[in-house]
Ligand binder design. Structure first.
Ligand code: ASP
Length: 425
């Protein structure tokens, strides 16, 4: 007789992570069997898993925002819920940026032994394409991000991953669906609730493959990057990690404790699977299905709140990203030996806040936003090349913070709507 021991999903992911680090560093990029490199096998499996997650995003965002709006509408609170959520998102992203700004000014990672670190670091060869992109970019890009919010073609917006456009359309759709009289209104509501239920079931099924997907993604990253890339950028790396840690382990728990009045420790426990998934995929959008599952099943937030707050948050609320953009821009300025006054630092804060809203929840999405910041304050866009070597690992970390912050928002907003959640006490 077989004794089947069911290991919890997050432990399976932790084991997969550990095995991936070992496998990735053992095989590197070139080891192969029968002419097939391990690296290409990692990439194949990892891409397959990411594709499966991405496949869920459009129908899940559409169904959850529409049902979320309808749920909020049923209790007469669409405007109140929406207003509160957006305000909260602005507030936490702003605090995150201030944390980043303080630490980058304190640690000055771009100055090594009293000298700007430019020579020490050298420019990465991969910077070419990003620099080419940068030529046409500027402050007008921030305006462009907001123009995309009202898409000319919602199907094209969904197909091209312009989630802000899709979200805006779904918000309108849900809002006006409430106003459709019976029997059409009820049919529509049942239909969208049905789509949502199906999407959650598919998500559950895809998640069964998470340990394999995580293994492949992380082994691929370790095999490609190795550990050597970190040394010259250690100070920058440490500054970003320290700032992310302050936000994740001090600021957000304080909000959970004082505003939501819940036990932060229990919230961490509830969110472990989603954070591991965010860490492995570097994509808040791809993690969204699991974030919703953890927030509802483990943290006990109602579907009414989570299906509205989380899909919105996965796109517009990126605390880790906002913080990173600010630290990266300041680091690049320091490395080039450029002194930045209050006004310029203020511009960086503002542009980081705005671009973090428009940045997509996909790997390395902030790089483009950082170029926007650099050009809008007149810093050399080539500077982006300085940080490419460590971007992927920092992406893993900032995405976890992005996802954790969204989950905190769901709890805070849920509590403010009088929900009890599972985390009290
Ligand atoms: N990878 C991040 C996310 O999906 C976005 C970024 O900062 O690049 O949340």
């Amino acid at each position: 007789m077989f004794c089947v021991v069911k290991i919890k999903l997050h432990w399976q992911i932790v084991i997969a992570l550990a095995l991936a680090v070992m496998a990735g560093s053992l095989t590197g990029k070139d080891a192969s069997v029968f002419g097939v490199t391990f690296y290409s096998a990692y990439m194949f499996l990892g891409t397959l898993f990411l594709n499966a997650l991405k496949m869920l995003i459009v129908p899940l965002i559409a169904a959850s925002i529409i049902t979320g709006i309808v749920g909020a509408g049923a209790s007469g609170g669409v405007g109140r819920l929406g207003g509160k959520t957006i305000l909260y998102y602005f507030f936490t992203s702003f605090i995150a940026i201030l944390v980043g700004l303080s630490l980058v000014n304190l640690f000055t990672p771009g100055i090594i032994d009293g000298q700007p670190a430019k020579q020490l670091l050298g420019l990465s060869e991969d910077a070419g394409s990003i620099i080419a992109n940068a030529e046409q970019r500027g402050a007008s890009d921030v305006v462009g991000l907001f123009l995309k919010m009202v898409p000319t073609n919602v199907v094209a917006a969904a197909a091209n991953g312009q989630m802000l456009g899709l979200i805006f359309f779904c918000l309108l759709f849900g809002f006006f669906m409430i106003k459709v009289p019976e029997p059409g209104g009820a049919t529509l509501r049942q239909f969208w609730q049905g789509v949502f239920d199906v999407m959650m079931r598919i998500t559950h099924w895809v998640m069964l493959f998470a340990p394999i997907g995580v293994f492949a993604l992380v082994a691929g990253t370790v095999a490609a990057t190795g550990f050597g890339a970190f040394k010259p950028l250690a100070a920058f790396f440490v500054t970003v990690i320290a700032a992310l840690a302050v936000h994740m382990f001090i600021v957000l728990p304080l909000l959970l404790f004082f505003i939501a009045r819940v036990n932060p420790k229990r919230h961490y426990q509830a969110m472990v699977p989603a954070m591991l998934m965010a860490f492995s995929t570097s994509s808040s959008s791809a993690t969204l299905p699991l974030t919703m599952e953890c927030v509802e099943k483990n943290a006990g937030v109602s579907n009414r709140i989570s299906s509205f707050v989380l899909p919105l948050g996965a796109t517009v609320n990126m605390d880790g990203t906002a913080l990173y953009e600010c630290v990266a821009a300041m680091f690049i300025a320091q490395a080039y030996g450029i002194e930045l006054g209050f006004a310029v630092q203020f511009t960086i804060v503002l542009v980081a806040l705005l671009t973090s809203i428009g940045v997509a929840g996909v790997p390395s999405a902030s790089l483009v936003a950082i170029v926007v910041i650099l050009t809008s304050v007149g810093l050399p866009a080539e500077g982006i090349g300085l940080i490419l070597a460590v971007d992927r690992v920092l992406d893993m970390c900032r995405t976890s913070v992005n996802v954790f912050s969204d989950s905190c928002a769901a709890v805070v907003i849920g509590r403010s709507e009088g929900e009890k959640t599972a985390l009290v006490g």
